[in-house]
Write a protein that binds this ligand. Structure first.
Ligand code: HEC
Length: 201
């Protein structure tokens, strides 16, 4: 059993580690400062899981613990990159937190004749189009911004999400061609890069 993921919990809750005078070098999850350089996707100043930004500040989830491609979408896309805005406060009416996210998007009508996610068709899926607008580009006619703001997802992740949609957006099982969702620990931190990620060390 790996237990490393829980090691910081008790320590940080004491808030003795507040780093307001050392912002540039000692940022850690829970200090209220989202530090992309440390892989943080969000930081709401605490280590609670259900309030928009999770206890890992959107950090990487071990792919071995993900039981389906959909679970990988939730953990490695929505939880990391979206729920800070589409969670506790459902910006644009969209709540992408588990466990409601699947029914909140699947075949749910959205603006402009689109769906949030149109089963079997990524090109009619606003959630995909918003991500693609950021990461892939070429969607200038799509109203509003690309998602997420500020840190485009790696193209491989967005394409894998599209492959999952095209495969019928199944809740269970793994979708061939969506493997990138299951190995995002290096890639998802690197913003818009489309290069294959090189090992960190
Ligand atoms: C920093 C805040 C922020 C983050 C992070 C963010 N969004 Fe958004 N999102 C917004 C805002 C603001 C809007 C409304 C304006 C717009 O559409 O550009 C929006 C709108 C949307 C819409 C349109 C909903 C509708 O029905 O009009 C979708 C879909 C969406 N976001 C998906 C995502 C996804 C998927 C992610 C993660 C990959 C994400 N967003 C991350 C702020 C955010």
């Amino acid at each position: 059993m790996e237990s490393s993921a829980t090691s910081g919990r008790g320590t940080l809750a004491g808030s003795g580690a507040r780093a307001s005078r050392f912002v540039a070098t000692t940022s850690r999850c829970g200090d209220g400062i989202a530090d992309a350089g440390r892989g943080e996707r969000c930081d709401d100043g605490n280590l609670a899981n259900d309030d928009g930004c999770d206890a890992r500040c959107g950090g990487c989830v071990d792919p071995a613990t993900l039981s389906s491609t959909w679970a990988a979408v939730q953990a490695n896309v929505f939880d990391r990159a979206c729920t800070a805005c589409h969670g506790d406060q459902p910006t644009a009416g969209l709540d992408l937190r588990a466990p409601g996210s699947y029914t909140a998007i699947l075949d749910v009508a959205a603006a402009a004749g689109l769906y949030q996610v149109k089963r079997g068709d990524h090109a009619q899926s606003l959630v995909w189009l918003k991500m693609a607008k950021s990461s892939i580009g070429g969607l200038d006619d799509l109203p509003g911004g690309g998602m997420p703001f500020g840190f485009p997802l790696p193209r491989a992740i967005v394409e894998a999400f599209g492959a999952w949609i095209d495969a019928g957006a199944p809740m269970d099982g793994y979708v061939l061609g969506a493997e990138a969702l299951l190995v995002p620990c290096d890639g998802a931190k690197s913003g818009a890069s489309t290069e294959p990620s090189t090992p960190a060390n």
